[in-house]
Ligand binder design. Structure first.
Ligand SMILES: NC(=O)c1ccc[n+]([C@@H]2O[C@H](COP(=O)([O-])OP(=O)(O)OC[C@H]3O[C@@H](n4cnc5c(N)ncnc54)[C@H](O)[C@@H]3O)[C@@H](O)[C@H]2O)c1
Length: 258
């Protein structure tokens, strides 16, 4: 399948690690021009050393001035924009709601949903100038199921779906497609941290917590960052030209979250 991504101008937020890193690399492998940002300077420098065709910039999606500088850089170094992958997201606190601090609640919402708003509103004029394009917003299985003891994260990821669906209707006439992608448990260090926090919160062993999570997917396994990246590349390609307004789960058919 020809994805038609050669020469496309792509911005990936939080591209230094995890899913974002795999997505940025995959677009570059298709011949796209990629700019990846992150708050972690060291991880970003490592990534830049390994992927010299990808442009990188330190930027915090939750900070308005930082996002403005990021889009000025996208304009200058990519010459415009065809795709925004709003990938940055933090896990937020784990625990019963009455134990959560307001600062932790606010921080989770600010990075996970306000960050997507700040980036989308700067991306839209560039996508319009390009004659159309694609925005992909990372949600989560926690954006279609309840996620006990992770209420700020779940609330932020449901918000991503509402934001994406509303924006797709708003921007369809401009030939700009907007979709949310909802990963399940993705193999890697982040899910191991999530499992550790949840196991501690429930007072059960790590291995038992991991078994409970994996058993809730009918395919009985975690997904990989490559699975998420494949879906994102497809949606943003010519092959996905009529896919918009969707909340696409890539989670091994998760039934609910524990
Ligand atoms: N890993 C999973 O199991 C999983 C499951 C469902 C959804 N997701 C979602 O996928 C996205 C990527 O997750 P991941 O697992 O790759 O995360 P990760 O923790 O592996 O990497 C996240 C990256 O985001 C960067 N980052 C954090 N705050 C930032 C900010 N304010 N601005 C810019 N960069 C920032 C970090 O420095 C890090 O490099 C997130 O939105 C996450 O919620 C992940």
């Amino acid at each position: 399948m020809n994805l038609g991504l050669e020469g496309k101008r792509i911005l990936v937020t939080a591209g230094a690690a995890g899913i974002g890193r795999v997505v940025a690399r995959a677009f570059a492998a298709e011949g796209a021009k990629v700019l990846a940002c992150d708050v972690d300077a060291k991880a970003l420098a490592d990534f830049a050393r390994e992927n010299q065709s990808v442009r990188t910039m330190i930027a915090d999606v939750s900070d308005e001035a930082s996002v403005d500088a990021l889009f000025a850089e996208a304009q200058a170094s990519l010459g415009g924009l065809d795709v925004l992958v709003n990938n940055a997201g933090i896990a937020g606190p784990t625990g019963p709601v009455e134990t959560l601090a307001l600062d932790d609640w606010n921080r989770t919402l600010t990075v996970n949903i306000t960050g997507q708003f700040l980036c989308a509103r700067r991306a839209v004029p560039l996508l319009r100038a390009a004659g159309g394009g694609s925005i992909v917003n990372l949600s989560s299985a926690a954006g279609r199921f309840g996620f006990p003891r992770r209420t700020p994260y779940s609330a932020s990821k449901w918000a991503v779906v509402g934001f994406s669906k509303s924006l797709s209707i708003e921007l369809g006439p401009d030939n700009i497609r907007v979709n949310a992608v909802l990963p399940g448990a993705v193999e890697g260090p982040r899910i191991q941290r999530v499992i550790a926090d949840k196991a501690a919160s429930l007072g059960i062993p790590h291995a038992e917590m991991e078994k409970r999570i994996v058993s809730k997917a009918s395919l009985g396994r975690m997904v990989t960052a490559e699975d998420i990246s494949n879906t994102i590349l497809f949606i943003c390609s010519d092959a996905g030209r009529n896919v918009s307004g969707q909340a696409l789960a890539v989670d091994g058919d998760a039934q609910y979250l524990v």
